[in-house]
Design a protein. Sequence first.
Length: 220
Amino acid sequence: MSGGQANHIPEGVIERLPTYLNVLLQLRKEGDSTVSSARLGELTNVNPAQIRRDLTHFGQFGKRGVGYDISTLVERVQRILGSDHAHRMVLVGAGHLGSAIAAYDGLKARGFALSAVFDNDPARVGGKAADHVVRDISELPRVVSEQRVQIGVIAVPPDAAQYVADLMASAGIRVILNYSSTMVRAPAHVIVHNTDPVRELLHTLYYLAKSDEMAVVASE
């Protein structure tokens, strides 16, 4: 897919593709070889017609009455997302959240290779976060430069997040995924995605409250 083609793909389509990929990888792991758009819709909560429209942006997928070949679709979606080859990333923060991210075995399957984990706490530096020895944060610029890392993950307390983002940007990181509860800013050439887990939980409370309201109405 050329850069020109990518520029004409609606943002909503790009946002849904990782959801499709997660489900497809799980189905393949469970031994399935084909999947229908109806089944994908059930597992992703996306309308099957929307799924079919999304996939037509990248060519013809699937056969009527048969469905999609899962392995072929995984390969195509990974290529579209750029996860068909490894992207190096660094992680700052070796606390509970950072250690959980470092230990996540789905990173490699989705095209990410964790190069190093950093922290500034002497009690954590030299210890382990999953299979990685935790390095002092002062080493981050050198590692990013030597290994040509482009992605950085922030899993530090809110008051340290902006400092880490500034350090990553100056070191050459091009994409920052921020898991802290504070918004961080970066130069225009750096893509920042702020994704606070607590905010996601608060988002789900709306649906929980709606479900409770419906249950009350149904019982009246």
